[in-house]
Design a protein around this ligand. Sequence first.
Ligand SMILES: Cc1cc2nc3c(=O)[nH]c(=O)nc-3n(C[C@H](O)[C@H](O)[C@H](O)COP(=O)(O)OP(=O)(O)OC[C@H]3O[C@@H](n4cnc5c(N)ncnc54)[C@H](O)[C@@H]3O)c2cc1C
Length: 332
Amino acid sequence: MGMGVAGSYLMARLKNSEHEVVGYERNTEDRHDSICAWGTIKPVLTNFCKKVGRDFDDFLIHDGKTMHVKMNDNTKFDIGLHGLCTYDKLALIKDFIKDCKVVYGESPKLEYLEKEYDMIVDCTGFHRVYLPKLEKDFFLPTYEYKVEYENKLPYDDFYIEPFPGMSGYFWYFPLGKKWAHIGAGDYMKNHIKATDEFLKKHGGKVIATKGRPIRLATPGNCKPFYKGKVVGVGESIGTVYALLGEGIIPSMQCVEIFLDNMNDLAAYEKAVMEHYKVYDKVFKFVRKKIHKEFNIIKSISDVISIYRYMKKNEDRFGMEIKMADLMKVAKA
Ligand SMILES: Cc1cc2nc3c(=O)[nH]c(=O)nc-3n(C[C@H](O)[C@H](O)[C@H](O)COP(=O)(O)OP(=O)(O)OC[C@H]3O[C@@H](n4cnc5c(N)ncnc54)[C@H](O)[C@@H]3O)c2cc1C
């Protein structure tokens, strides 16, 4: 259920398996979209694509070299990039499911699905349509434009502005010669204002307006993962790295964990909890910052372990990880 990044990749992975799989997408085929800034890490996606016989380079748009960061006090710094890129996310989703049976424009009732199928995989992302509502959800509102620039692009590469108190950030993600995604997510709800201010300052023609909440509550806060015949995979069970609002790779990793454990959902839950343990820590850090409950002395061990995790996985995050940069964010 849901042909986003998780659902479409799962379809492609199961294509030549023993299972008979039917995909459902709420939107009609011509309205099928992917509300996202389309930023990801090239080598990681290249590996996922290889597993289903696709070449990620066919979908690559912009291979980043530098991320320009402007803090709220107007200080600026650059982060070296090694893999952070933008890609045509929608085209890859469509490619993953092009030879599969997909029903568009429908979101059947659970009773119907339970009669018809042995297993229902909820990949509906933020909506989590077929699983129980979360008691303690946590999400940010977002707003985004795809913009076309006639002459000069405002920036040659990735650009972000974290908001005060780490309540979210504004992004400018390049999409090739003439286009970019500009947008923001903000707990304090300045996301539309910040996006419009950037648009006013730098011009450009808006060719699409998008937005939906992004779930920051991590798997440890998103149980149950399964109920009856339904099992959640992807953002429906909180696979977003809260510090970056990054959900593409974590959701595809969740597909892999699901495939390894699909015959034993208790084992699936255990494996998810293990894999996303550090995400829970990161989320706790972000939530404390947003609620102004963060104390650097009390939380220093959490900050150090987040740093160590990201430093050890620099290739996975596609950027240079420096303690000094993390501290700038922590102090914001
Ligand atoms: C504005 C914004 C920018 C983002 N930018 C980035 C980024 O640059 N990089 C990154 O890594 N992450 C980013 N994310 C997060 C990332 O997009 C998501 O975490 C990721 O796409 C989650 O994948 P998913 O497949 O679980 O859910 P989704 O990609 O949300 O897909 C869910 C699918 O289910 C469908 N659906 C919903 N309800 C139903 C229903 N009832 N029946 C059938 N189908 C249904 C939807 O139409 C959709 O196609 C961003 C998120 C937002 C909101």
